[in-house]
Design a protein around this ligand. Structure first.
Ligand SMILES: [Zn+2]
Length: 287
């Protein structure tokens, strides 16, 4: 498989699913984390994880295969309705009793064992957060508007207030997302950052060779969110970017910019598994 990563990712495969594991989590057996790829054993679909895009039974099969591959088959996979905002859903027993089906949020956090969290992505940036001194995992969905609404800062605030875990105690992984190489924006999209972010030029730059005269800017979601993580006190040594560009590599990842509104959705997953070992999978290679 082609090298697509600028960071450290392990390509793993079971008979049903191929996915990427951040090398950084290896050695922490309770921690399970993956970014899905489009690969599937079926020629008819592209391992889409969104119920909005494929029949329910197909997506359920994909989600089950993913959990099984990660050794989380006994766990429920919790997702929320992503709305490009900055709310974080605390997945605790009270929340589960109420159900998450109608919860609108763009970040999830849990300390519950045998529990998995997922965010759907097709170019937007998935950010994984985890602590090592205590089992706590979180996921953040940071597209352009989530970045504008400071979703990662809001998530770090919830984690500190509700769980007593400070940003300095957290590790962050920035997963596959559209890169500055491809994320062309028009003036309208850039203006809120110019007006609201003194450091906007750190992550938004004029295109060197605009592909589209109406979109003369490019934005790096990873640079913007790295900046927010650092500003909130996550140590630079605990932030890792493993973000191949999803549009450049849309043969491997679902990409809204590459495929348009019918694009499927990949998933970033993180979970806490206290009992049992992961299902043996084939590590294809370190990228
Ligand atoms: Zn690209």
């Amino acid at each position: 498989m082609q090298v697509v990563s600028e960071g450290r990712l392990l390509w793993c495969r079971t008979p049903e699913v191929a996915y990427l594991i951040p090398a950084a989590i290896q050695g922490h057996a309770w921690l399970r984390c993956a970014f899905t790829t489009r690969w599937t054993d079926s020629a008819t679909d592209g391992f889409n994880l969104s119920y909005d895009r494929d029949p329910h039974y197909v997506v359920s099969r994909h989600r089950e295969a993913l959990l099984k591959a990660l050794g989380l088959e006994g766990s429920a996979l919790h997702t929320v309705r992503q709305v490009h905002g900055n709310r974080m859903c605390v997945v605790d027993s009270a929340a589960l009793q109420n159900g998450l089906a109608d919860v609108e949020a763009d970040a999830l956090v849990t300390t519950l064992p045998n529990t998995a969290l997922g965010v759907l992505v097709a170019d937007c940036l998935p950010i994984v957060l985890y602590a090592l001194h205590t089992p706590l995992v979180a996921l953040v969905h940071a597209g352009r508007m989530g970045t504008f609404h400071l979703v990662i800062r809001a998530a770090l605030g919830v984690i500190k207030r509700q769980f007593g875990v400070a940003p300095a105690q957290l590790h962050a992984l920035l997963g596959p997302a559209i890169g500055a190489c491809c994320y062309d924006l028009d003036d309208h999209a850039v203006r809120p950052f110019q007006e609201g972010f003194p450091d906007w030029q750190r992550f938004i730059k004029p295109s060197k060779r605009p592909r589209d005269a109406a979109r003369p800017w490019t934005m790096s979601l990873t640079a913007a969110n790295e900046g927010q993580l650092l500003a909130e006190g996550v140590p630079p040594t605990q932030i890792e970017t493993v973000s191949p560009c999803t549009k450049c590599h849309h043969q491997h990842f679902h990409s809204h910019r590459a495929e348009g509104p019918t694009a499927g959705r990949g998933m970033a997953v993180i979970g806490i598994q206290h009992n049992g070992e992961p299902t043996p999978s084939t590590v294809i290679g370190e990228k």
